[in-house]
Write a protein that binds this ligand. Structure first.
Ligand code: 5GP
Ligand code: MN
Length: 338
């Protein structure tokens, strides 16, 4: 964060404020961990704060400290609209363009509040008085920890806050294995454990909570795994019918895309998931090395993200979306074989 922006942030937080903290739509571990950690800090330091999420999040996150306080914009619309209207400050965490909150974007655009962005995705929009954006950091949760450091407030990090931050760093780094994981990340993690994050228990709660139908759905996903050897690429499809047959719940497909990337000699993996209700195919993209799925998602799938992990969507049918993906691969052939 720039020194001038840190000064602005300190000034804004110097007196009690009404604050709304927003994660992106379909929030993941990093989005929920970072918003809930910041929420607790703001409450502890005398502010009125609420996490307002565009929609619900997966069951495997429904044990995070204070998650029961989260206001969902789609389910609790009146309350959410009122909180956004009344807010002096709105923190947007783990996203950098208001379109990432979908249906909630107009409410944010009309708000009188000043915005503060903390985010690690590429190409941030310009809507905040404080834009703390760093694409080299593995997780927004790590950036929230650095924010506490800059505010000289790490003594406020208790076991519950540490638990939230640990969770987001763990999930966004694939359990500390992605390239974005640095020595600094491990130092932050060590601090969080010292402050009371129960690391083994957090891994269990996130990764060992599979119900039987989810494992069966994974079986279907793996049956649908295709590889395109000349492009060192792989993809998985899941149709609405297949999801329905396995009692699909939000979050069930989290991490499936990585099975494609775990194939030998593969640097690009996608998963295409049909959503009949929204009339779209939701796409997750992953890569290894310098191949940028952020660019591929931006150019072809109305999305974006990071170099090695991005998301997007398509309005075509599942079949046509896959055919389109295969049709664009030749232009990437060289880059995929570098
Ligand atoms: P996932 O595939 O796990 O949903 O998302 C991977 C990364 O891409 C995350 O950092 C996520 O925030 C980002 N992402 C996912 N979907 C979209 C999208 O539709 N638009 C943009 N800009 N980013 C996305
Ligand atoms: Mn993140």
């Amino acid at each position: 964060m720039k020194a001038s922006e840190l000064a602005v942030l300190k000034e804004l937080l110097a007196t009690p404020k009404k604050i709304v903290i927003v994660p992106h739509k379909n929030p993941d571990g990093d989005a929920m961990g970072s918003t809930l950690a910041l929420y607790q800090y703001l409450i502890k330091t005398g502010h009125t704060a609420h996490v307002v999420s565009p929609n619900d999040y997966p069951k495997f996150l429904k044990w995070l400290p204070f998650e029961e306080t989260v206001v969902k914009y789609d389910l609790q619309n009146k309350k959410a609209v009122r909180l956004i209207k009344e807010a002096d400050l709105i923190f947007t965490l783990d996203f950098n363009a208001l379109s990432r909150v979908a249906e909630m974007a107009p409410a944010l655009q009309q708000a009188k509040a000043q915005f503060i962005m903390i985010d690690h995705h590429q190409q941030p929009d310009d809507y905040a008085v404080v834009t703390y954006s760093d694409t080299s950091i593995c997780a927004t949760c790590q950036m929230v920890y650095h924010t506490f450091e800059m505010l000289d407030a790490t003594d406020q990090v208790d076991a519950a806050i540490a638990t939230c931050l640990y969770t987001g760093i763990m999930t966004d780094t694939g359990s500390f294995r992605f390239r974005s994981t640095t020595a600094t990340t491990h130092r932050v993690i060590a601090d969080l454990i010292e402050k009371g994050a129960d690391n083994a228990l957090i891994h269990e709660k996130i990764y060992d909570a599979n119900n039987f139908s989810r494992m069966q759905l994974l079986g279907t996903a793996l049956t649908n795994l295709h590889r395109l050897e000349e492009y060192r690429a792989a993809y998985i499809t899941l149709s609405q019918e297949e999801l329905d047959a396995h009692d699909y719940q939000k979050g069930d497909t989290e991490g499936f895309v990585n099975y494609g990337l775990s194939l030998d000699n593969t640097v690009l993996a996608l998963i295409f998931i049909e959503n009949k209700q929204e009339g779209i195919i939701k796409i997750s993209l992953r890569s290894k090395g310098d191949f940028s799925v952020n660019l591929m998602a931006r150019e072809h799938f109305e999305g974006g993200g990071h170099t090695n992990a991005a998301g997007g969507k398509s309005d075509r049918s599942l079949e046509d979306t896959v055919a389109y993906f295969i049709s664009i691969l030749p232009q990437y052939k060289e880059a995929l074989n570098e």
